[in-house]
Design a protein around this ligand. Structure first.
Ligand code: NAD
Length: 423
């Protein structure tokens, strides 16, 4: 996949797997690891493709394609969400599994990365069809996953209800209750307090750290958030609660802009379960216009490849904090970095979700549950430490925050693989 640049005739690489591999290779070279380490880490160790036949409500049968990728399990079981989206591809799932490994390395969790996805559009499916698809997926991948092998979680367009069906199906197959098979469950089924808001909380902590480095106050800062789903909507709320002015938000259909600050409480009340709210308004702007708004903090919290070399010169934020996975291309990263814009990369900024997923798994294994305050304190400690490691690595090596994050993240996997005698 590539984007034709009319001026230079060269393509900008938009394949997230290829760009991830490029940065991994660069990070390993900087760290002095030999070529076989890159050969091991450039692709997942395992990728399962499954076909899932589902009886639809109208009596027809539809066959869905799904994937589960396990990037590297040298450190521990693999961990990562399941995405339900029409644009899911094998390459995207592979890249997402590698990002999960990097996140776990950066925030020092005892996991490798995994990821799953099903090509489907849950917005066009009934509750019953979604349940059958969720259960069918678990039946199809059950050999490969489990509390000590590979632990799924929510991602784009999947939620705690879907996790509950998946946990129930897995427990039935194994014939014992297995809450530790999956995270992001409802609290009554062993979910962790604070999991719903974990990604946004982690991004908020990253914004606080970025603000300290850049010397601006969050109180009164102008914030733009692309995406109003799990990550984006809570983030907008936390920023609003901290006294920032959220001047722009968006969803898949468009964006809202008010230089005086949007009424976030109202928008939260009105958004649907897929994070759509702009359809209720008339004076919308496009997602591209939203990204180019004059602001202090821009938070992409939707999909990949939103900031590219086509628009990187027009980004007017002083910090870009990536809640989404892969929202900025490598060329755009270089442009933003050269322009002095601080990028807090996805593999660091959005690690709050997997961190609280880890807490959920620990609580399931112990059968002992923590308060929201305990979750939040532990999350803050881990995220602040992750930011400091990445920031200091960037400064010490004179590299951008993305390459620094990869250096921090990849080192643990490389070391664990080396100690196991794999490379
Ligand atoms: P979600 O499904 O809850 O919400 C997605 C939001 O993005 C919705 O508002 C949707 O309308 C919007 N959107 C979809 N396509 C869009 C497009 N083309 N342009 C603009 N907006 C679009 O998803 P989420 O869980 O909030 O995840 C968002 C991003 O954050 C993803 O990249 C995901 O991988 C990443 N992330 C999420 C978590 C988590 O715990 N939820 C953790 C880490 C990373």
């Amino acid at each position: 996949m590539g984007r034709q640049n009319v001026a230079s005739g060269q393509q900008e690489n938009l394949d997230v797997l290829v760009s991830t591999q490029t940065v991994i290779q660069e990070a390993l070279e900087k760290l002095g690891y030999p070529e076989p380490v890159y050969e091991l880490l450039k692709e997942p160790l395992r990728l399962l493709t499954v076909r899932i036949p589902i009886k639809m409500d109208d009596g027809s049968v539809q066959v869905f394609t799904g994937y589960r990728a396990q990037h590297n399990d040298a450190v521990g079981p693999t961990k990562g969400g399941v995405r339900f989206h029409p644009d899911v591809t094998e390459s995207e799932v592979k890249a997402l599994s590698i990002w999960m490994s990097l996140k776990c390395g950066i925030v020092d969790l005892p996991y490798g990365g995994g990821k799953g996805g099903i090509i489907c559009d849950p917005r066009k499916m009934s509750f019953g069809e979604l349940e059958r698809l969720s259960r069918g997926y678990v039946r199809a991948i059950s050999q490969l996953v489990g509390p000590t092998k590979d632990v799924p979680a929510p991602d784009v367009f999947t939620n705690s209800q879907i996790m509950a069906w998946m946990m129930d199906e897995y427990s039935r197959i194994r014939e014992f209750d297995s809450p530790g098979f999956i995270t992001g469950k409802p609290i009554v089924l062993g979910g962790s307090r604070g999991r719903d808001t974990a990604t946004a909380k982690g991004v908020t902590i990253m914004i606080e750290e970025a603000a300290k480095k850049r010397g601006f106050d969050i109180q009164g800062a102008r914030v733009v958030v692309q995406g109003f789903g799990n990550a984006g909507s809570y983030l907008a709320k936390f920023m609003h609660d901290m006294g920032a002015k959220v001047i722009g938000i968006s969803d898949a259909l468009g964006a809202l802009h008010d230089p005086n600050g949007l009424d976030i409480e109202y928008l939260l009340e009105k958004r649907d379960s897929f994070g759509t709210v702009t359809n209720l308004f008339q004076n919308t702007i496009s997602n591209q216009e939203l990204l180019e708004l004059d602001c202090d903090i821009l938070v992409p919290a939707a999909v990949e490849n939103q900031i590219t070399r086509e628009n990187a010169d027009r980004i007017r934020a002083s910090a870009v904090v990536e809640a989404a996975n892969g929202p900025t291309t490598l060329e755009a990263t270089k442009i933003l970095h050269d322009r002095g814009i601080l990028i807090v990369p996805d593999v660091l900024a959005s690690a709050g979700g997997v961190t609280v997923s880890y807490f959920e798994w620990v609580q399931n294994n112990q059968g002992f549950y923590w308060t929201e305050e305990e979750v939040e304190t532990r999350l803050r400690d881990i995220m602040v430490q992750g930011f400091a490691n990445v920031y200091n690595t960037a400064q010490a090596n004179g590299v951008d925050m993305r390459l620094a994050a990869y250096m921090v993240g990849v080192r643990k996997m490389a070391e664990a693989s080396r100690f196991r005698g794999w490379v």
